[in-house]
Structures are given as C-alpha cells and as structure tokens.
Design a protein around this ligand. Structure first.
Ligand SMILES: [Zn+2]
Length: 271
C-alpha cells in the first residue's frame, strides 16, 4: 500500500493522506464540517497539507489529531510531523506489517471512540451479563449485531436459523463457557458452531462480552492484515495483539488495541 509523493500547491509542503470513508464517518458527527468534504467518494484518499489544513488534521476542541497516512507508508499525526520538522527522533511501531507512530495509534483509538459513541453502552450490557447482573442475552446479541453493522446478520439469525428462546440460551451457554475456554480458537469455535454466526460476528460478541480479553476479527482486519477469517486466524490475531501489548507496555484491553488498529487498517483496505 502506497500513495504518491505530492507537494502542496501553495506552500510546497509534502501532503499527507486520510481516507475519505473514515473521514466521512467522523464528519457525520461534526455539524459544522465543510460540505465539500462530506461529498467525497468513500473509496478515495484525500490529500491534506499539514501546514495549510492544520485545522482539519488537528480539529479544535477535540482530544485527537487525525492519524494520517504518509508517502513512506507510515501513519502519523500532525504533532509527529512537527516533531520531524524539528529533527526530533521518531519511533515507528510495526504490527504485522502495519506501520504507525505511537501517537497515531493513540489518536486512532480516540477517534474511534468519537466516531462510534455507542460502543460503551453495548460493553456495559456485556459486563452485566458477564457478572450475572442481567440475563438479556437476546438483547445483547441484537445490540452487538446493530453495533457491528450487521442487522442483516441479526435478521438471518432470527428468521432463518433460530427460535428466540433457544438462541438466547445458546448465546448464554457459549459466552459463559468461552470465559474458561482453553484458548481463543476454542472460544470462537464454540460461537461459529451456532448457525448463522461466522468469525466476524462471533468475535464481536466475545469482544463486547469481555473487552479485556477478546477482540473483533472482521473482514477489514482480515484483508488489511492478511489474517485468515477462521478460528485459527483469530487465535493468531489475539496472540499478536497480546505480544504487541506486552512489548510496548501498553496495558490496553485487547478490544481497544484491535479497534485502534482497525481505524488505521480500514483506511488502507477501502482505498
Ligand atoms: Zn500548504
């Protein structure tokens, strides 16, 4: 994955790129965003000049800079670019071929929380189920599917494959036994054994049930990182996340690390 080196017409600074689809999903939450940016095609890169578009790359009143893609294949923030100009040494992290600065990863995580504000509510419900404070496994499953853009998956589960009460019990049995499963592969396999659930939506259930321990592996992450969308791939992905978390002393929940990587890798997959 690479982009061309391009210079700003006005100030001749090298431009950086942000993906239009990701930009749009973020701008939908921004009532005053420039209209022309909203109309972009979802599959293109948009170039920005770090000098002339500084206000876009570091939005006022937000706790994040946009993690932008540079022509050398590294995601950075505008603060990283300023530090580079000042000649400060730079750390570049590599996750299974995806390259970014620590700030780009942290800001991707913040940007994701801003773009998907409903995440916490589903996590809260998952926590209630996990701790036995609620027994609404059916509602949980519906919310997980809604959150993951899988209303069709949900429709299929309900219309074609399962009776509601039976399905609710299956989900409960699975998630409760996943907590003590031997490994991630076993945990996800029990989920994909439920008719209508593949790795993508089974992993979304696990991630919302226990975000410390589990993550999502969907089509975007699978394509972007080259990790197979199978139980063995899920096992590999979680081992890589855990190793990265330890190596960089991040101490992040697995779900947070995965979602920040998702925010970066998605830009490449959809271009
Ligand atoms: Zn410029």
């Amino acid at each position: 994955m690479s982009v061309e080196i391009q210079l700003c017409n006005d100030c001749k600074t090298e431009t950086v790129y942000f993906h239009a689809g990701t930009l749009r999903s973020y701008l939908e939450k921004e009532p005053y965003a420039e209209h022309k940016l909203r109309k972009l095609k979802a599959s293109q890169w948009v170039s920005f000049c770090p000098e002339c578009h500084a206000d876009v790359l570091k939005p006022e009143g937000k706790n994040f800079d946009l993690p932008v893609f540079c022509s050398d294949g590294v995601f950075r923030t505008s603060t990283d670019l300023l530090k580079n100009q000042a000649g400060e040494p730079e750390a570049i992290w590599d996750f299974w071929g995806l390259r970014f600065t620590p700030a780009a990863l942290i800001n991707a995580s913040e940007l994701l929380q801003f773009t998907y504000p409903g995440t916490e509510e589903v996590e809260q419900l998952g926590k209630k189920l996990r701790t036995g404070a609620s027994d609404e496994f059916l509602r949980f499953s519906e919310e997980v599917c809604g959150w993951g853009g899988g209303l069709r998956v949900w429709g299929g589960l309900m219309k074609r494959h399962h009776d509601k009460a039976e399905f609710s019990k299956k989900i409960k049995d699975w998630l409760c036994s996943a907590m003590t499963a031997e490994n991630a592969e076993a945990a996800i396999e029990q989920g994909t054994a439920i008719k209508g659930l593949g790795v993508s939506f089974a992993s979304k259930h696990l991630r919302m049930f226990d975000p410390e321990k589990f993550c999502v592996l969907d089509d975007v992450l699978s394509k972007g990182l080259g990790i197979a969308l199978y139980p063995k791939g899920y096992q590999l992905f979680l081992s890589l996340l855990q190793a990265f978390n330890d190596e960089k002393s991040l101490k992040w929940p697995m779900a947070r690390l995965e979602s920040a990587l998702f925010m970066l890798v998605r830009q490449q997959v959809r271009s």
